[in-house]
Design a protein around this ligand. Structure first.
Ligand SMILES: NC(=O)c1ccc[n+]([C@@H]2O[C@H](COP(=O)([O-])OP(=O)(O)OC[C@H]3O[C@@H](n4cnc5c(N)ncnc54)[C@H](O)[C@@H]3O)[C@@H](O)[C@H]2O)c1
Length: 255
């Protein structure tokens, strides 16, 4: 497929998991890709894979919580790769009990990406912004180790669910505000995906069966399955899709 031929995609969190798989998928579909991650080496490793398979990519270190740096990297993408068509605000953390860090990366990071890229895309005639939310942006979570405690609600699970609900709201607001400029803004809400983010949770005895049981398809998802949805939203196949929160969750949110 060459749905993304002649398009330039900017991706955050492209050094691992969903971001990495999406960078590879978008490149496979013809896009030139700016791979960014707070782990610059990981971002460069992803871009190298693309280059080695004949695609065009750059890899750079970027912390999405740094608003000025996000703006500068979006401009750099335009100057180095020639244009900007797709912005995938994907970087995120599980939280590990730190409210401020979770909100800062998962919500403020997405806000920085939307805020700086939407006017750029509007000025160039349009484009597609994709945000990674979560099923935790649509529903509350259930605990893997039993009841979610008050302590976890104060920081860990509470912060993660609040940040992801924030991403959902931000996505809708940017979609409403920028639709008339041909800038489409959508989010993907993954179920549990087998990436490094969920590695620790998956190791808890019994967790795999429990997590699988939350999804009517009785399994976890793979990062490539999220990448496929991101490539669709990035492409002109989604030319009238705006303001959508797309669950890619094996039916998790259907019940
Ligand atoms: N894995 C899941 O089950 C799942 C489910 C729902 C939503 N998500 C969301 O998907 C997104 C990607 O998660 P993943 O599973 O691929 O995780 P991952 O840990 O494999 O990858 C996340 C990447 O983001 C990078 N990152 C972290 N903080 C950053 C920062 N401040 N600036 C720039 N990059 C930063 C990390 O270095 C890492 O490479 C996250 O937003 C996450 O919340 C994941």
């Amino acid at each position: 497929m060459t749905r993304l031929a002649d398009k330039v995609a900017f991706i955050t969190g492209a050094g691992s998991g969903i971001g990495r798989a999406s960078a590879l998928r978008m490149a496979e579909e013809g896009a030139s890709v700016m791979c960014t991650d707070i782990d610059g080496d990981a971002a460069r490793a992803t871009s190298l894979v693309i280059q080695q398979s004949g695609g065009k990519a750059e890899g750079e270190s970027l912390n999405v919580t740094d608003s000025d740096a996000v703006k500068a990297m979006l401009k750099q993408t335009e100057s180095v790769l020639g244009q900007l068509d797709v912005v995938f605000n994907n970087a995120g953390i599980a939280g590990a009990g730190d409210w401020d860090a979770t909100i800062s990366v998962n919500l403020t990071g997405v806000r920085n990406g939307c805020l700086h890229s939407a006017p750029m895309l509007a000025a160039s005639g349009g484009g597609s912004i994709i945000n990674t939310a979560s099923v935790a942006g649509l529903n509350g979570l259930v605990g893997i180790r039993g009841e979610i405690t008050l302590e976890e609600l104060a920081a860990g699970a509470g912060a993660y669910v609040a940040s992801e609900h924030g991403v959902v709201g931000l996505t809708r607001q940017f979609a409403v505000s920028f639709g008339r400029f041909n800038v489409r803004v959508n989010a993907i809400a993954p179920g549990y995906i087998e990436t490094p983010m969920t590695a620790e949770a998956r190791e808890i005895p019994g967790a795999m069966d429990f997590l699988a049981s939350l999804h009517p398809m009785d399994r976890l998802g793979q990062p490539e399955e999220i990448a496929a949805a991101a490539a669709f939203l990035a492409s002109d196949d989604a030319s009238f899709v705006n303001g959508v929160i797309l669950p890619v969750d094996g039916g998790y949110t259907a019940r």
